[in-house]
Design a protein around this ligand. Structure first.
Ligand code: CAA
Length: 260
């Protein structure tokens, strides 16, 4: 499938999706978001693909936010009636059960930061900048920023970033727990693809269950999360890959995953 605003490639078991509007710093308009939903749905449905990396084209930006030039024309009724930002975000990208990584190569602002925070984790180039500058436009985050940023970095820093519109650099974002690792700019994509290949080499069902458990820590109270984790662990113990993985360890050989 070809896209107007994305480049989608499959490299072995890893899908690489590149936001491709560098002239607009990869700003997210409705068309980009619709295509992103399609690319993620295709990834989710293709059993040969086991991890996805999302990055931005050009040297400057992952995504500089929702497209202000598209939003400037809309009135409140349009945003409400279209349930703007809802469909692709909640149904497809957030709902993807298979793992995916955001490789943030530059500005990740507003909706760009919010999109990166939907990933299972963020790898950042040392040139990455994160922020929720919506207040500078007279609005506020609309794609989950106030909730996900606060859960990631705590109330004080999230509040400061939202209220001032200030950007934080990659090392501050790493110290705050927003990003998993910072890597030199020129090595970001290689590192992200290697990390994704490592994830793709694991038992696929266990990868989905690991993701679901960690997300439960984010989305539920502790007791519910612990029960959820225990049940998923027990379900995994009924899989062929549990038998294969544990036998391979005992027999000192590589596991041959079945994916079930
Ligand atoms: N929407 C539309 N176009 C954008 C854009 C955006 N979010 N961000 C940048 N662009 C465009 C610029 O208009 C410019 O286009 P032209 O050449 O046609 O003028 C081009 O990208 C390059 O941008 P700049 O010249 O501004 O580049 P810079 O290096 O001087 O500045 C920047 C970079 C600091 C990121 C600056 O572009 C900027 O502040 N962008 C807006 C960031 C922002 O406010 N994001 C939040 C959007 S609202 C949102 O996302 C709501 C939500 O919660 C979902």
């Amino acid at each position: 499938m070809s896209y107007a605003n994305l480049i989608v490639e499959q490299r072995d078991a890893v899908t690489l999706v590149t936001l491709n509007r560098p002239q607009a710093l990869n700003a997210l308009n409705s068309e980009v978001l619709r295509e992103l939903g399609e690319a993620f749905a295709t990834y989710e449905a293709d059993s040969s693909q086991r991890c996805l990396v999302l990055t931005g084209s050009g040297d400057k930006a992952f995504a500089a936010g929702a497209d202000i030039k598209e939003m400037v024309e809309k009135e409140a009724a349009d945003f409400y009636l279209e349930d703007f930002f809802s469909g692709w975000q909640t149904d497809v990208v957030k709902g993807t059960r298979k793992p995916w990584i955001a490789a943030v190569n530059g500005f990740a602002l507003g909706g760009g930061c919010e999109l990166a925070m939907m990933a299972d984790f963020i790898l950042a180039s040392d040139k990455a900048r994160f922020g929720q500058p919506e207040i500078n436009l007279g609005v506020a985050p609309g794609m989950g920023g106030s909730q996900r940023l606060t859960r990631a970095v705590g109330k004080s820093k999230a509040m400061e970033l939202c209220l001032t519109g200030r950007m934080m650099d990659a090392s501050e974002a790493e110290r705050a727990g927003l990003v998993a690792r910072v890597v030199p700019h020129d090595e970001l994509l290689d590192d992200a693809m290697k990390t994704a290949a490592t994830i793709a080499s694991k038992a696929p069902m266990a990868a989905i269950a690991n993701k679901e458990m960690v997300n439960a820590a984010f989305e539920t109270m502790l007791e519910q999360g612990l029960t959820h984790e225990r049940r998923l662990f027990q379900i995994l113990c009924a899989s062929e890959d549990k038998g294969e993985g544990m036998s391979a360890f005992v027999e000192k050989r590589e596991a041959n995953w079945k994916g079930r």
